[in-house]
Design a protein around this ligand. Structure first.
Ligand code: SF4
Length: 394
């Protein structure tokens, strides 16, 4: 079980309450982005592409709480940028805990150990550090374009777990991910003692600098079928901090439509239309966002080409959660997925074995931001940083 009972109860009663009131559209997780700047420059990230005067700006504690008080979502995710760089992150977290919001503070964890050693935070059932981990050491360091990041992040996780904090990981998978390595990575995270893991396919949103490494729907289903099936070798103990129905959706076992209002996003520009990924304007208030967005223009059924390949958790997890708490089929499906979670699949096993014979690893991804591979005459390869002077880094 990756989510504590008290949090599940809060979410269940919130969803049922909204449904009993006949509310068709309601938010589940507020995505509160208090800043865009970061101490990393990951290849898949569009946030750090903003110009310096935007990257310097922070939302104040008052701005954050105004947004939180407008939006009734029981959970608040704090992505960024890197939230631990925000000068008032302690105050923001404390104010959210006072409001009994379940917080997912999304961090690359480079500063986590330092901040915890300084006593910045106190363990609470409302506070979870959601650590960005993109795979085993080699893959993670390559994905975030900096060596040593995995070691620092895992040191932060260990410290947080030892101090009694709730810790989860969040992982985004891109085209070409090695399913066998991802399975070993999940084992590693379980061994570290995290409460649960979150996983989502990457999506080619406009601001992402590298558009070529994102997964299409069919590839997403195949990849997740390989990763999440055949868990009888002890891997049925993997804990996920997300809906099992969403994971089945990624595996191609369920068909869902997007719930773009499920994870509304607030940042220095205001309330972002329509979802966390697309930026099609901003509203001044949460009510305006809900009432003035043409929601029927988004999601696969709308025919909107921007939505056709998208399966991200910020769009579809809310659909899965709603299904669990508002339909017998959804509830039964969730119970079944929690009890019978080995997902035996000989075809997925075969595919996994085939994948183990293929070349994988960072060197096979030639598209990372700021990196290129120089293939020499003797066939050996060398990673070089793409700068004006082509400064050699390895
Ligand atoms: S499918 Fe949903 S989450 Fe994905 S881009 Fe479209 S509106 Fe956004």
């Amino acid at each position: 079980m990756g989510v504590p009972i008290s949090q599940m109860w809060t979410v269940a009663s919130y969803v049922l309450g909204r449904r009993l009131r006949g509310q068709k559209r309601y938010p589940l997780v507020l995505m509160l982005e208090p800043l865009f700047r970061c101490n990393l420059a990951c290849a898949g990230c569009g946030k750090i592409q903003y110009p310096p005067h935007i990257l310097k700006r922070d939302l104040s504690v008052e701005d954050c709480m105004k947004a939180v008080d407008e939006c009734p979502a029981p959970m608040v995710s704090i992505p960024g940028g890197e939230p631990l760089l925000h000068p008032q992150i302690k105050e923001i977290v404390e104010a959210l805990i006072k409001r009994r919001k379940y917080i997912y503070l999304c961090t690359n964890a480079l500063l986590l150990k330092k901040k915890l050693d300084e006593g910045l935070f106190t363990p609470s059932k409302y506070l979870t550090f959601s650590v960005h981990m993109d795979g085993q050491q080699e893959n993670h360091d390559f994905a975030v374009c900096r060596e040593g990041t995995y070691q620092k992040a895992t040191a932060g996780i260990r410290t947080a777990v030892e101090m009694g904090f709730r810790v989860t990981t969040n992982t985004t998978l891109f085209d070409g991910a090695d399913p066998n390595s991802v399975r070993r990575f999940f084992d590693e995270m379980m061994d570290l003692g995290v409460e649960g893991m979150m996983v989502s396919p990457g999506y080619a949103y406009d601001k992402a600098p590298d558009q070529s490494g994102f997964l299409q729907r069919k590839n997403t289903n195949t990849l997740f079928e390989m990763i999440l099936s055949n868990r009888h070798d002890g891997r049925n103990k993997w804990r996920f901090n997300q809906s099992p129905l969403f994971l089945e959706f990624l595996m191609g076992k369920r068909d869902y439509e997007c719930t773009p209002w499920g994870n509304p996003t607030y940042n220095i520009f205001g309330w972002q239309k329509p979802c966390y990924l697309l930026q099609e304007g901003y509203c001044d208030s949460f009510d305006e966002l809900m009432s003035q967005t043409e929601w029927e223009e988004y999601g696969v059924a709308s025919g909107n080409p921007k939505c056709q390949q998208c399966m991200v958790h910020s769009g579809y997890e809310a659909t899965a959660v709603d299904s669990t708490f508002t339909s017998f089929g959804g509830l039964w499906g969730t119970i079944k997925a929690m009890v019978f979670n080995t997902y035996a699949s000989p075809p997925a096993r075969e595919l996994l074995e085939e994948e183990s014979k293929k070349p994988h690893g960072p060197m096979e991804h030639l598209v990372q931001l700021g990196f290129a591979v120089d293939v020499k005459q003797d066939g050996s390869r060398e990673v070089i940083r793409r700068t004006d002077e082509n400064e050699k880094v390895a």
